[in-house]
Design a protein around this ligand. Sequence first.
Ligand SMILES: NC(=O)C1=CN([C@@H]2O[C@H](COP(=O)(O)OP(=O)(O)OC[C@H]3O[C@@H](n4cnc5c(N)ncnc54)[C@H](O)[C@@H]3O)[C@@H](O)[C@H]2O)C=CC1
Ligand SMILES: CC(C)CC(=O)C(=O)O
Ligand SMILES: [Mg+2]
Length: 355
Amino acid sequence: MKKHILTLPGDGVGPEIMTGAKAVLEKIAEDFNHEFTFEEGLIGGAAYDAAGTPLDDETLERAKNADAVLLGAVGGPKWDTIDKTLRPEQGLLKIRKELGLFANLRPIKVFDKLIPASPLKETIVGGTDILFVRELTGGLYFGRPSERRDGGNSVVDTLVYTKEEIERIVEYGFQAAKLRGGRLTSVDKANVLESSRMWREIVDAKSAEHPEVKVEHALVDSTAMKLITNPAHFDVVVTENLFGDILSDEASVITGSIGLLPSASLNGEGFGLYEPVHGSAPDIAGQNIVNPLAMILSAAMMLKYSFHLSEEAEAVEAAVDNALKDGIHTSDLDFEGGRKVGTEEMVEAVMSYIK
Ligand SMILES: NC(=O)C1=CN([C@@H]2O[C@H](COP(=O)(O)OP(=O)(O)OC[C@H]3O[C@@H](n4cnc5c(N)ncnc54)[C@H](O)[C@@H]3O)[C@@H](O)[C@H]2O)C=CC1
Ligand SMILES: CC(C)CC(=O)C(=O)O
Ligand SMILES: [Mg+2]
Protein backbone atom coordinates (compact mmCIF):
# COMPACT_ATOMS: atom_id res chain seq x y z
CA MET A 1 0.00 0.00 0.00
CA LYS A 2 1.27 3.49 -0.89
CA LYS A 3 0.51 6.30 1.53
CA HIS A 4 1.71 9.87 1.82
CA ILE A 5 2.01 11.34 5.32
CA LEU A 6 2.48 14.99 6.28
CA THR A 7 4.52 15.30 9.47
CA LEU A 8 4.23 18.45 11.56
CA PRO A 9 6.74 18.05 14.42
CA GLY A 10 6.00 21.47 15.95
CA ASP A 11 7.76 22.69 19.09
CA GLY A 12 9.49 21.49 22.25
CA VAL A 13 9.67 17.70 22.31
CA GLY A 14 7.71 17.50 19.03
CA PRO A 15 10.72 16.91 16.74
CA GLU A 16 12.19 14.18 19.02
CA ILE A 17 9.00 12.15 19.20
CA MET A 18 8.27 12.63 15.50
CA THR A 19 11.69 11.18 14.61
CA GLY A 20 10.80 8.13 16.68
CA ALA A 21 7.35 7.64 15.16
CA LYS A 22 8.74 7.95 11.62
CA ALA A 23 11.39 5.33 12.33
CA VAL A 24 8.73 2.93 13.60
CA LEU A 25 6.55 3.55 10.54
CA GLU A 26 9.51 2.98 8.22
CA LYS A 27 10.12 -0.36 9.95
CA ILE A 28 6.44 -1.27 9.50
CA ALA A 29 6.60 -0.29 5.80
CA GLU A 30 9.66 -2.48 5.33
CA ASP A 31 8.31 -5.50 7.20
CA PHE A 32 4.81 -5.40 5.74
CA ASN A 33 5.77 -4.31 2.25
CA HIS A 34 4.20 -0.87 2.12
CA GLU A 35 5.46 2.41 0.73
CA PHE A 36 5.06 5.30 3.15
CA THR A 37 6.36 8.66 1.93
CA PHE A 38 6.84 11.55 4.33
CA GLU A 39 6.77 15.27 3.82
CA GLU A 40 7.55 17.66 6.69
CA GLY A 41 5.82 20.97 7.42
CA LEU A 42 5.87 23.70 10.03
CA ILE A 43 3.26 24.44 12.65
CA GLY A 44 3.13 26.33 15.93
CA GLY A 45 6.05 28.36 17.21
CA ALA A 46 8.40 26.86 14.61
CA ALA A 47 6.12 28.15 11.84
CA TYR A 48 5.76 31.55 13.54
CA ASP A 49 9.54 31.91 13.78
CA ALA A 50 9.98 30.96 10.11
CA ALA A 51 7.13 32.90 8.52
CA GLY A 52 5.30 34.96 11.17
CA THR A 53 2.21 32.73 11.33
CA PRO A 54 1.55 29.49 13.30
CA LEU A 55 0.04 27.77 10.23
CA ASP A 56 0.27 29.05 6.67
CA ASP A 57 -2.15 28.27 3.85
CA GLU A 58 0.39 26.21 1.94
CA THR A 59 0.88 23.82 4.87
CA LEU A 60 -2.88 23.56 5.27
CA GLU A 61 -3.18 22.68 1.58
CA ARG A 62 -0.44 20.04 1.96
CA ALA A 63 -2.35 18.58 4.89
CA LYS A 64 -5.53 18.36 2.80
CA ASN A 65 -3.63 16.58 0.03
CA ALA A 66 -1.90 14.05 2.31
CA ASP A 67 -3.39 10.67 3.22
CA ALA A 68 -2.97 11.53 6.91
CA VAL A 69 -1.20 14.02 9.19
CA LEU A 70 1.05 13.27 12.15
CA LEU A 71 1.53 16.12 14.59
CA GLY A 72 4.01 16.39 17.49
CA ALA A 73 2.99 19.28 19.75
CA VAL A 74 3.00 23.06 19.73
CA GLY A 75 3.70 25.89 22.14
CA GLY A 76 6.20 26.97 24.74
CA PRO A 77 7.24 29.93 26.90
CA LYS A 78 9.09 31.55 23.99
CA TRP A 79 5.75 32.41 22.38
CA ASP A 80 3.64 33.08 25.48
CA THR A 81 3.78 36.86 25.06
CA ILE A 82 3.25 37.27 21.31
CA ASP A 83 -0.01 38.55 19.73
CA LYS A 84 -2.72 36.11 20.87
CA THR A 85 -3.87 35.49 17.27
CA LEU A 86 -0.40 34.27 16.34
CA ARG A 87 0.22 31.96 19.31
CA PRO A 88 1.39 28.42 18.40
CA GLU A 89 -1.84 26.95 19.82
CA GLN A 90 -3.83 28.93 17.22
CA GLY A 91 -2.09 26.95 14.48
CA LEU A 92 -3.31 23.73 16.04
CA LEU A 93 -6.86 25.03 16.49
CA LYS A 94 -6.86 26.25 12.87
CA ILE A 95 -5.78 22.94 11.37
CA ARG A 96 -8.42 21.10 13.44
CA LYS A 97 -11.13 23.53 12.32
CA GLU A 98 -10.10 23.78 8.66
CA LEU A 99 -9.89 20.00 8.27
CA GLY A 100 -13.19 19.54 10.11
CA LEU A 101 -11.60 17.20 12.68
CA PHE A 102 -14.53 17.20 15.09
CA ALA A 103 -14.04 13.77 16.69
CA ASN A 104 -11.06 13.43 19.01
CA LEU A 105 -10.55 9.85 20.17
CA ARG A 106 -8.40 9.46 23.26
CA PRO A 107 -8.09 5.86 24.46
CA ILE A 108 -6.98 5.35 28.07
CA LYS A 109 -5.42 1.92 28.23
CA VAL A 110 -3.42 0.51 31.11
CA PHE A 111 -0.42 -1.66 30.26
CA ASP A 112 -0.32 -4.53 32.80
CA LYS A 113 3.37 -4.04 33.49
CA LEU A 114 2.74 -0.38 34.31
CA ILE A 115 -0.02 -0.87 36.88
CA PRO A 116 2.49 -0.29 39.70
CA ALA A 117 3.73 2.87 37.90
CA SER A 118 0.38 4.56 38.54
CA PRO A 119 0.13 6.71 41.66
CA LEU A 120 -3.26 5.06 42.26
CA LYS A 121 -3.75 1.73 44.06
CA GLU A 122 -3.37 -1.37 41.85
CA THR A 123 -6.91 -2.44 42.79
CA ILE A 124 -8.25 0.80 41.33
CA VAL A 125 -6.12 0.92 38.17
CA GLY A 126 -6.72 -2.68 37.02
CA GLY A 127 -9.51 -3.02 34.48
CA THR A 128 -9.28 0.56 33.21
CA ASP A 129 -10.12 0.76 29.51
CA ILE A 130 -11.78 4.04 28.52
CA LEU A 131 -12.33 5.74 25.19
CA PHE A 132 -12.81 9.49 25.37
CA VAL A 133 -14.78 10.88 22.43
CA ARG A 134 -14.08 14.60 22.72
CA GLU A 135 -15.71 17.25 20.54
CA LEU A 136 -12.80 19.12 18.95
CA THR A 137 -13.92 21.98 16.72
CA GLY A 138 -16.51 23.86 18.79
CA GLY A 139 -17.09 25.22 22.26
CA LEU A 140 -15.01 27.68 24.22
CA TYR A 141 -11.80 27.24 22.21
CA PHE A 142 -13.49 28.64 19.11
CA GLY A 143 -16.27 30.94 20.35
CA ARG A 144 -16.15 34.64 19.56
CA PRO A 145 -15.94 37.14 21.11
CA SER A 146 -12.93 36.17 23.15
CA GLU A 147 -11.46 39.43 24.39
CA ARG A 148 -10.67 41.92 27.14
CA ARG A 149 -13.17 44.73 27.62
CA ASP A 150 -13.59 47.98 29.52
CA GLY A 151 -9.93 48.87 29.26
CA GLY A 152 -8.93 45.49 30.64
CA ASN A 153 -11.40 45.50 33.56
CA SER A 154 -13.53 42.68 32.20
CA VAL A 155 -13.10 39.74 29.88
CA VAL A 156 -15.32 37.50 27.77
CA ASP A 157 -14.94 34.03 26.27
CA THR A 158 -17.84 32.49 24.34
CA LEU A 159 -19.19 28.95 24.36
CA VAL A 160 -21.17 28.20 21.20
CA TYR A 161 -22.43 24.87 19.87
CA THR A 162 -24.87 24.23 17.06
CA LYS A 163 -27.32 21.35 17.30
CA GLU A 164 -25.57 19.66 14.37
CA GLU A 165 -22.18 19.89 16.05
CA ILE A 166 -23.51 18.18 19.17
CA GLU A 167 -25.48 15.58 17.24
CA ARG A 168 -22.54 14.38 15.16
CA ILE A 169 -20.17 13.93 18.11
CA VAL A 170 -22.86 12.28 20.25
CA GLU A 171 -23.65 9.94 17.34
CA TYR A 172 -19.93 9.12 17.17
CA GLY A 173 -20.05 8.28 20.87
CA PHE A 174 -22.96 5.89 20.40
CA GLN A 175 -21.26 4.18 17.44
CA ALA A 176 -18.04 3.82 19.45
CA ALA A 177 -19.96 2.35 22.40
CA LYS A 178 -21.56 -0.25 20.11
CA LEU A 179 -18.10 -1.38 18.99
CA ARG A 180 -16.90 -1.62 22.61
CA GLY A 181 -18.68 -2.47 25.86
CA GLY A 182 -22.03 -0.88 24.96
CA ARG A 183 -21.88 1.76 27.70
CA LEU A 184 -21.79 5.52 27.13
CA THR A 185 -21.22 8.22 29.74
CA SER A 186 -22.16 11.68 28.53
CA VAL A 187 -20.37 14.32 30.58
CA ASP A 188 -21.72 17.85 30.96
CA LYS A 189 -22.50 20.59 33.47
CA ALA A 190 -26.26 20.61 32.91
CA ASN A 191 -26.97 21.86 36.42
CA VAL A 192 -25.47 25.21 35.38
CA LEU A 193 -24.84 25.57 31.63
CA GLU A 194 -27.54 25.97 28.96
CA SER A 195 -25.20 24.41 26.38
CA SER A 196 -25.04 21.30 28.59
CA ARG A 197 -28.83 21.14 28.91
CA MET A 198 -29.11 21.15 25.10
CA TRP A 199 -26.36 18.52 24.97
CA ARG A 200 -28.39 16.30 27.36
CA GLU A 201 -31.54 16.64 25.26
CA ILE A 202 -29.62 15.56 22.17
CA VAL A 203 -28.10 12.58 23.98
CA ASP A 204 -31.58 11.52 25.16
CA ALA A 205 -32.97 11.79 21.62
CA LYS A 206 -30.06 9.75 20.24
CA SER A 207 -30.46 7.24 23.03
CA ALA A 208 -33.93 6.38 21.71
CA GLU A 209 -32.32 5.61 18.32
CA HIS A 210 -29.69 3.35 19.94
CA PRO A 211 -31.55 1.37 22.65
CA GLU A 212 -28.76 -1.24 22.80
CA VAL A 213 -26.36 1.32 24.30
CA LYS A 214 -26.64 1.91 28.04
CA VAL A 215 -26.43 5.66 28.58
CA GLU A 216 -25.73 7.66 31.70
CA HIS A 217 -25.47 11.42 32.14
CA ALA A 218 -22.80 12.63 34.53
CA LEU A 219 -21.70 16.05 35.73
CA VAL A 220 -18.13 16.98 34.90
CA ASP A 221 -17.04 17.78 38.44
CA SER A 222 -18.06 14.47 39.97
CA THR A 223 -16.79 12.67 36.86
CA ALA A 224 -13.36 14.14 37.58
CA MET A 225 -13.55 12.48 40.99
CA LYS A 226 -14.95 9.15 39.79
CA LEU A 227 -12.21 8.82 37.14
CA ILE A 228 -9.75 8.52 39.99
CA THR A 229 -11.85 6.53 42.47
CA ASN A 230 -13.40 4.08 39.99
CA PRO A 231 -11.95 4.35 36.45
CA ALA A 232 -13.16 0.83 35.58
CA HIS A 233 -16.70 2.24 35.72
CA PHE A 234 -16.22 3.97 32.34
CA ASP A 235 -16.41 2.53 28.83
CA VAL A 236 -16.97 5.35 26.29
CA VAL A 237 -17.08 8.94 27.54
CA VAL A 238 -18.49 11.57 25.19
CA THR A 239 -18.05 15.20 26.06
CA GLU A 240 -17.46 18.70 24.77
CA ASN A 241 -14.12 20.25 23.89
CA LEU A 242 -12.90 21.82 27.15
CA PHE A 243 -14.17 19.06 29.47
CA GLY A 244 -12.60 16.39 27.23
CA ASP A 245 -9.27 18.22 27.18
CA ILE A 246 -9.11 18.40 30.97
CA LEU A 247 -10.53 14.95 31.81
CA SER A 248 -8.23 13.14 29.38
CA ASP A 249 -5.10 14.71 30.91
CA GLU A 250 -6.45 13.70 34.31
CA ALA A 251 -7.08 10.15 33.10
CA SER A 252 -3.49 9.88 31.90
CA VAL A 253 -2.46 9.67 35.55
CA ILE A 254 -4.24 6.33 35.86
CA THR A 255 -1.94 4.85 33.19
CA GLY A 256 1.29 6.02 34.82
CA SER A 257 2.24 8.85 32.44
CA ILE A 258 0.78 11.28 29.95
CA GLY A 259 3.68 10.19 27.74
CA LEU A 260 1.69 7.04 26.92
CA LEU A 261 -1.54 8.54 25.58
CA PRO A 262 -2.20 8.76 21.83
CA SER A 263 -5.07 10.43 20.00
CA ALA A 264 -6.83 10.51 16.66
CA SER A 265 -8.71 13.56 15.36
CA LEU A 266 -11.12 12.59 12.59
CA ASN A 267 -13.48 14.35 10.24
CA GLY A 268 -16.72 13.05 8.72
CA GLU A 269 -14.96 11.59 5.68
CA GLY A 270 -12.53 9.49 7.71
CA PHE A 271 -9.55 11.83 7.24
CA GLY A 272 -7.33 11.91 10.31
CA LEU A 273 -4.68 13.87 12.17
CA TYR A 274 -2.82 11.95 14.86
CA GLU A 275 -1.05 13.47 17.84
CA PRO A 276 -0.18 12.65 21.43
CA VAL A 277 -2.48 13.93 24.18
CA HIS A 278 0.43 15.72 25.84
CA GLY A 279 1.84 19.12 24.93
CA SER A 280 5.30 20.29 23.89
CA ALA A 281 6.81 19.58 27.34
CA PRO A 282 9.34 22.44 27.11
CA ASP A 283 10.77 21.48 30.52
CA ILE A 284 12.28 18.29 29.07
CA ALA A 285 12.77 19.21 25.39
CA GLY A 286 16.07 18.42 23.70
CA GLN A 287 17.32 16.10 26.46
CA ASN A 288 16.51 12.71 24.93
CA ILE A 289 14.24 11.88 27.87
CA VAL A 290 10.74 12.43 26.48
CA ASN A 291 8.59 9.30 26.32
CA PRO A 292 8.02 8.65 22.57
CA LEU A 293 5.27 6.05 23.11
CA ALA A 294 2.30 8.45 22.91
CA MET A 295 3.50 9.58 19.48
CA ILE A 296 4.29 6.02 18.36
CA LEU A 297 0.86 4.83 19.49
CA SER A 298 -0.69 7.81 17.65
CA ALA A 299 1.04 6.53 14.50
CA ALA A 300 -0.52 3.11 15.24
CA MET A 301 -3.93 4.81 15.40
CA MET A 302 -3.18 6.32 11.97
CA LEU A 303 -2.44 2.86 10.57
CA LYS A 304 -5.75 1.63 11.94
CA TYR A 305 -8.14 4.52 11.33
CA SER A 306 -6.76 6.17 8.17
CA PHE A 307 -5.12 3.23 6.37
CA HIS A 308 -7.23 0.35 7.74
CA LEU A 309 -4.02 -1.58 8.42
CA SER A 310 -5.17 -3.35 11.58
CA GLU A 311 -2.47 -6.01 11.59
CA GLU A 312 0.25 -3.38 11.28
CA ALA A 313 -1.35 -1.22 14.00
CA GLU A 314 -1.49 -4.25 16.29
CA ALA A 315 2.16 -5.03 15.52
CA VAL A 316 3.13 -1.58 16.80
CA GLU A 317 0.92 -1.87 19.89
CA ALA A 318 2.27 -5.34 20.66
CA ALA A 319 5.86 -4.09 20.25
CA VAL A 320 5.18 -1.27 22.75
CA ASP A 321 3.57 -3.77 25.13
CA ASN A 322 6.48 -6.20 24.84
CA ALA A 323 9.14 -3.53 25.30
CA LEU A 324 7.36 -2.41 28.49
CA LYS A 325 6.90 -6.03 29.62
CA ASP A 326 10.66 -6.40 29.41
CA GLY A 327 10.96 -3.42 31.72
CA ILE A 328 12.31 -0.96 29.16
CA HIS A 329 10.94 2.48 29.98
CA THR A 330 11.63 6.21 29.96
CA SER A 331 12.11 8.17 33.17
CA ASP A 332 8.57 9.57 33.35
CA LEU A 333 7.41 6.13 34.48
CA ASP A 334 7.84 5.29 38.15
CA PHE A 335 9.07 1.76 37.70
CA GLU A 336 10.69 -0.75 40.07
CA GLY A 337 13.45 -2.70 38.36
CA GLY A 338 13.50 -2.72 34.60
CA ARG A 339 15.84 -0.63 32.50
CA LYS A 340 15.54 3.12 32.28
CA VAL A 341 16.42 4.36 28.79
CA GLY A 342 16.43 7.56 26.78
CA THR A 343 14.02 8.48 23.99
CA GLU A 344 16.13 7.09 21.15
CA GLU A 345 16.76 3.79 22.92
CA MET A 346 13.05 3.45 23.68
CA VAL A 347 12.27 3.87 19.98
CA GLU A 348 14.92 1.29 19.07
CA ALA A 349 13.47 -1.13 21.63
CA VAL A 350 9.99 -0.82 20.11
CA MET A 351 11.41 -1.33 16.62
CA SER A 352 13.28 -4.44 17.74
CA TYR A 353 10.00 -6.01 18.92
CA ILE A 354 8.20 -5.49 15.61
CA LYS A 355 7.80 -8.90 13.91
N1 LIG B 1 -1.51 19.30 21.39
C1 LIG B 1 -0.62 20.23 21.72
O1 LIG B 1 0.20 20.61 20.92
C2 LIG B 1 -0.64 20.75 23.09
C3 LIG B 1 0.19 21.80 23.38
N2 LIG B 1 0.27 22.25 24.66
C4 LIG B 1 1.25 23.31 24.90
O2 LIG B 1 2.43 22.70 25.43
C5 LIG B 1 3.10 23.64 26.29
C6 LIG B 1 3.40 22.98 27.63
O3 LIG B 1 2.17 22.72 28.31
P1 LIG B 1 2.07 21.89 29.67
O4 LIG B 1 0.89 22.37 30.39
O5 LIG B 1 3.38 21.91 30.35
O6 LIG B 1 1.70 20.40 29.22
P2 LIG B 1 2.62 19.22 28.68
O7 LIG B 1 1.72 18.10 28.34
O8 LIG B 1 3.52 19.71 27.59
O9 LIG B 1 3.54 18.80 29.92
C7 LIG B 1 3.00 18.51 31.20
C8 LIG B 1 4.03 17.71 32.01
O10 LIG B 1 4.08 16.39 31.48
C9 LIG B 1 5.40 16.08 31.06
N3 LIG B 1 5.31 15.33 29.79
C10 LIG B 1 4.47 15.62 28.75
N4 LIG B 1 4.67 14.76 27.76
C11 LIG B 1 5.62 13.90 28.16
C12 LIG B 1 6.25 12.78 27.56
N5 LIG B 1 5.93 12.33 26.33
N6 LIG B 1 7.23 12.14 28.24
C13 LIG B 1 7.54 12.53 29.47
N7 LIG B 1 6.98 13.58 30.11
C14 LIG B 1 6.02 14.27 29.45
C15 LIG B 1 6.10 17.42 30.85
O11 LIG B 1 7.50 17.29 30.98
C16 LIG B 1 5.44 18.28 31.92
O12 LIG B 1 6.09 18.08 33.16
C17 LIG B 1 2.18 24.85 26.37
O13 LIG B 1 2.68 25.83 25.50
C18 LIG B 1 0.83 24.35 25.89
O14 LIG B 1 0.04 25.34 25.30
C19 LIG B 1 -0.43 21.67 25.69
C20 LIG B 1 -1.26 20.63 25.43
C21 LIG B 1 -1.48 20.13 24.11
C1 LIG C 1 -3.16 23.19 23.06
C2 LIG C 1 -4.64 23.26 23.01
C3 LIG C 1 -5.09 23.99 21.76
C4 LIG C 1 -5.44 22.02 23.14
C5 LIG C 1 -5.03 20.93 24.06
O1 LIG C 1 -4.52 21.09 25.13
C6 LIG C 1 -5.33 19.60 23.61
O2 LIG C 1 -5.96 19.40 22.57
O3 LIG C 1 -4.97 18.65 24.33
MG1 LIG D 1 -4.71 19.21 26.35
